[in-house]
Design a protein around this ligand. Structure first.
Ligand code: C2E
Ligand code: MG
Ligand code: MG
Length: 506
């Protein structure tokens, strides 16, 4: 490819990716949390300042910039409760939280994030004026509203707020789209006035926990869910000691020959009462409460042990392990990987660290140093869930990555969406220009496979070929022997010797 067409291609790819920069991204969540922590600190200072200038307004109970102060909001809550007690009416409390404001801060800077917040206030306040709603700010990007009327009125209000906040925000000449999570609690249907705000916040949190972008009404079981989480955390602390963690493996195959190139280790927790639990349920808990290092160490050791055992059996392929941002930022990660490789006598080039795009793109010194050390150790780096975060080409070029995994969301949309097909083609060409191998994850249908092969993807992974399975099942599957593992019968993998013959192993 000549340099003019490759630079046009890069521009196209960047434009397509930029489309995605501003869409709500699950991968941006961790970063967003960090940014919000910082923002909360600032918000506290701002609130103090605002409180001083608004004292007079608060005393009179009137709105300032359309938003009520907390004291005025509490008084409005008292009034609404009294009115309902007297005349038998009802009202709702809505708790509104913007999803992934961090992606805006990250892409366009904090001023842009502040601009979005300002516009959010206007969008909340306008209907508030018209329908007798009362709005207040709880912290930076969290708001509460009192909405008169029954449950139906509350649900309609939630949908209306969501519609207003999901309209594009103008930021420095760009259009930014966000979603929001809204929790709803009602008086008198959910009980005491003093609990309403907490109940609405709990409902909001339940929306957040399932990926955000929606609304939910408070349900007493949500309190139980919180208690359950505390119990899970307690059990998770001892899960490693009690040998309750297991690794399942999902193969990656070469797109054209279908030879097995690697197995990705995916963590499972065999809980004594709850049964087999997937990583989405407990990894975030482990990350939040400082357990991820010890769990991650176990995963590295176990994956190396298993890879060595497979090699003993003649089954030679790379092993890939998912590494969380917390592990990457932790000092000893590379040493621990090195020690595990030495212990199980595995060549470093046979070990892949899968790191999500949003973590890989963190421009912190610690992250960059960790990447550099991984590169020097000879370990492969794969950028996971690519397309959901916000990459800059410059950052992508700097990373010592060998592989890029296109997120399942694009693969899923391939058949129906021309945009998804263009994005995948652009990602593949861009990645190849940067000398990266491209893996498509979440391949479920033959039509998806054909489109991915035609787009030039190097490797494929997904239920079409094999679901994640135990190490033993994978060895049988690779040798084309019958297993109990649920995988597609139509696919018959090639023997691992052929993989070796393809020159994938030293
Ligand atoms: P990931 O690394 O992107 O892994 C792919 C996920 O998609 C896996 O879910 C896999 O079972 C699922 N998957 C694979 N093929 C298909 C398909 O064709 N269709 C559909 N619908 N899904 C498919 P799983 O095992 O639940 O893992 C979820 C995520 O948890 C992983 O996403 C990874 O980010 C994280 N994770 C898993 N194991 C570990 C671990 O040991 N450490 C850390 N830090 N994170 C882990
Ligand atoms: Mg992965
Ligand atoms: Mg992935």
């Amino acid at each position: 490819m000549d340099s003019a067409s490759s630079s046009r291609l890069l521009e196209l790819a960047w434009a397509l990716l930029a489309l995605n920069v501003v869409s709500v991204s699950v991968a941006g969540g961790a970063l967003w949390l960090l940014l919000r922590q910082r923002r909360r600190g600032r918000a506290l200072g701002e609130q103090l300042e605002q409180a001083t200038t608004r004292i007079e307004t608060l005393v009179q109970g009137g709105p300032q910039d359309g938003l009520h102060g907390r004291a005025a909001f509490e008084r409005a809550l008292d009034d609404a409760t009294r009115r309902c007690d007297r005349s038998g009416g009802a009202f709702n409390v809505l708790y509104v939280d913007l999803d992934n404001l961090g992606t805006v801060n990250d892409a366009y800077g904090h001023e842009a994030g502040d601009g979005v917040l300002e516009q959010t206030v206007h969008r909340l306040v306008e209907p508030a004026g018209a329908a007798g709603w009362v709005a207040t700010r709880i912290v930076a990007d969290e708001f509460a509203l009192i909405v008169p009327g029954d449950r139906q009125a509350g649900l309609e209000a939630a949908a209306r707020v969501a519609r207003r906040l999901e309209r594009p925000f103008g930021v420095h000449g760009h259009e930014v789209r966000l979603t929001c999570s809204i929790g709803l609690a009602g008086y008198p249907r959910h009980g005491a006035k003093a609990q309403l705000l907490g109940q609405a916040a709990l409902a909001m949190r339940s929306v957040k926990n399932t990926g955000g972008g929606g609304h939910a009404e408070y349900d007493p079981r949500m309190g139980i869910a919180q208690r359950e989480q505390a119990e899970m955390l307690h059990d998770l602390r001892v899960a490693v000691e009690r040998d309750e963690l297991e690794l399942y493996y999902q193969p990656k195959v070469q797109a054209r020959s279908l030879q097995i190139t690697a197995a990705e280790a995916l963590l499972r927790w065999r809980h004594p009462q709850r049964g087999l639990i997937g990583p989405d349920l407990f990894i975030p808990l482990a990350e939040r409460y400082g357990l991820i290092s010890s769990i991650g160490d176990w995963v590295i050791q176990e994956a190396c042990r298993q890879a060595a055992a497979w090699r003993e059996q003649g089954l030679r392929m790379r092993v890939a392990v998912n590494i969380s941002g917390h592990q990457l930022r932790h000092d000893g990660l590379v040493d621990r990987i090195g020690a595990a490789l030495a212990r199980w006598r595995l060549p470093a080039g046979r070990f892949t660290c899968e790191i999500t795009e949003s973590v890989a793109m963190e421009d912190t010194l610690v992250t960059q140093q960790a990447f550099e050390r991984l590169r020097r150790a000879g370990v492969h780096v794969s950028i996971d869930d690519f397309g959901t975060g916000h990459s800059s080409l410059a950052a992508l070029r700097r990373l010592p990555a060998a592989e890029l995994k296109i997120d399942r969301a694009f693969v899923c949309d391939l058949e129906a969406s021309g945009d998804a097909r263009s994005i995948v083609r652009a990602i593949v060409q861009m990645a190849h220009t940067l000398d990266l191998r491209v893996v498509a994850e979440g391949v479920e249908t033959e039509a998806q496979r054909d489109l991915l092969v035609a787009s030039g993807c190097d490797e494929l992974q997904g239920y079409l070929f094999a679901r994640p399975m135990t190490a033993q099942a994978l060895a049988l599957w690779a040798a084309d022997e019958p297993t109990d593992a649920p995988h597609t019968g139509a696919f018959s993998p090639l023997l691992f010797e052929e993989t070796r013959a393809a020159g994938l192993d030293p």
